[in-house]
Design a protein around this ligand. Sequence first.
Ligand code: ADP
Ligand code: MG
Length: 297
Amino acid sequence: MPGDASANSEPIIRYRGVTFSYDRSDSSVAPALDRVTLDIRKGERLGILGPNGGGKSTLLKLTLGLLTGYSGSIEIEGHDPHAAAARRLIGYVPQRVEAELAFPISARHAASMAATLGCSALGGVPREIRERVERALEVVGASSFADKPVGRLSGGQLQRVMIARALASNARILLLDEPTVGIDPSGQRQFAELIARLHDELGLTTVVVSHDLRTVAASCDRVACLARTLHYHDSPQGLTPAVLAEVFRHDAAAVFGDLHVDAHRASECGHDHGHDHGHTHDQSHHHDHPGGGGGKP
Ligand code: ADP
Ligand code: MG
């Protein structure tokens, strides 16, 4: 089982006490992230679930080195975010790529953009990279529309192309921000299948960030709950569907197949899932428990 295999492996991304404010001059505003401590394990499919404004995109941008000025530490295979970006350890599938849609480029071209960074314009793209792009398009099922302009792709197709782009650059970690927003139900199913395949066949570590419980339930083995600070991770008990139902009452009706969630205290995520609670938490629940993963069947 994928979840079991990754349960005891070393962290591939390690967050320790990460705090970040967009406006540090105004101390009356709670930080967007408050002392976030989390290990992402090699080869796992982690979901980061939380309400809008909970800091999910901020955490991803810090991880990618797109935002600086945080306190605490972030290590990606031992590198800080800047160094990890230079090594292209992480593939990023952003929330929506409106700007890109306006460019008259093909899906294939879009998929090759990360892999061909650094190739000289005169020398052209080396065959090895071209082959990598073709393989990546094939893996995600995008070969048949590779010649189409990106502006004519459906949301789901475009997402596949963005995933192919990350694969073509040899990323071993995929971060996906709200991957199912604007994707129809059949596209969402295909998305979950694709994540499972990338995990099983390529051994990728995938991090899906979403406010949508359905998305996380369908595509993840383990879940952390982020609402400015981290509420759950790495406990052996597992957060039960009943607790999640309480936390995300509105989404819960249609869900609950095989989701495994690691939880500390069930009651904590529920009270103020939303806003303005940066300073009210006892932080003692941030410690790893020994023997994590024991909740897996
Ligand atoms: P999520 O992705 O979970 O919806 P975000 O990380 O986008 O949350 O936002 C977290 C908090 O930071 C929110 O309060 C949001 O208003 C604020 N925020 C996000 N981006 C910026 C920005 N560029 N400047 C100032 N505040 C921001
Ligand atoms: Mg976001």
